[in-house]
Design a protein around this ligand. Structure first.
Ligand SMILES: CC(C)(COP(=O)(O)OP(=O)(O)OC[C@H]1O[C@@H](n2cnc3c(N)ncnc32)[C@H](O)[C@@H]1OP(=O)(O)O)[C@@H](O)C(=O)NCCC(=O)NCCS
Length: 181
């Protein structure tokens, strides 16, 4: 677990940050995830029932700071391509945004998905969500795949973005048995 300092001037011991894969159905997480969602979007993404279904049949990742859930990432596996994971939603609690934590969180999620035979990760992001797009495109090289003009019947444009993951041990990857430099 790493310790993280929000500012350079902090005199505290920082926060213990941890990215976790929620691999069991924990109903106590539902109100925590619901609150995080309502702090983020004016129109809630979830109900307790969709969160319950995602906990059981999807995959949720959390990032905690000193054991407080400060962010969540909700994933589904595609029916069209079981090697593709769709990030349905990703959010940090408001006060924790803009400090590099979203980037760290997504890196942790990608690392864990890579270990689960995931070949590609897709997501939809609002075209005007410049910060999120900056994270996906600049930090991780997600590619723009398509533009959907009215995905949720709100008249708002969404981008489909995708990240292809190299296979472990595939071409171009370092040889795990090779010499250690
Ligand atoms: C999207 C989110 C998870 C990103 O996490 P974060 O911790 O805020 O992002 P980071 O601090 O790691 O990185 C943000 C990057 O975007 C850049 N950025 C911020 N605003 C920007 C803008 N308007 N245009 C372009 N780049 C921008 C920052 O400069 C930073 O890059 P840098 O580290 O090179 O300076 C978080 O902001 C969030 O929860 N937002 C609300 C929910 C949301 O929009 N989720 C995405 C749904 S698809």
């Amino acid at each position: 677990m790493e310790r993280y300092y929000l500012t350079r001037t902090t005199t505290s011991d920082g926060y213990a940050l941890e990215v976790q894969e929620v691999d069991r159905h924990d109903p106590l997480l539902i109100p925590i995830l619901n609150e995080l969602d309502l702090l983020t979007y004016s129109e809630g993404t979830f109900s307790r029932y969709t969160l319950g279904a995602l906990l059981r049949y999807g995959r949720i990742f959390t990032i905690t700071a000193d054991n407080l859930v400060i962010g969540a990432c909700h994933c589904l596996r595609s029916f069209e391509d079981p090697n593709e994971v769709v990030i349905f939603n990703m959010a940090l609690r408001p006060g924790w945004r803009g400090h590099g934590l979203g980037t760290r969180f997504l890196q942790g999620v990608i690392d864990r998905l890579r270990n689960r035979d995931t070949r590609r990760i897709s997501l939809l992001v609002a075209a005007q969500n410049h910060r999120a797009i900056a994270v996906y495109r600049t930090k991780f090289a997600f590619q723009h795949v398509a533009t959907y003009p009215n995905e949720y019947n709100t008249g708002q444009e969404y981008f489909l973005m995708r990240l292809e993951l190299p296979t472990l041990g595939g071409e171009g990857d370092p040889d795990p048995d090779g010499p250690v430099s």
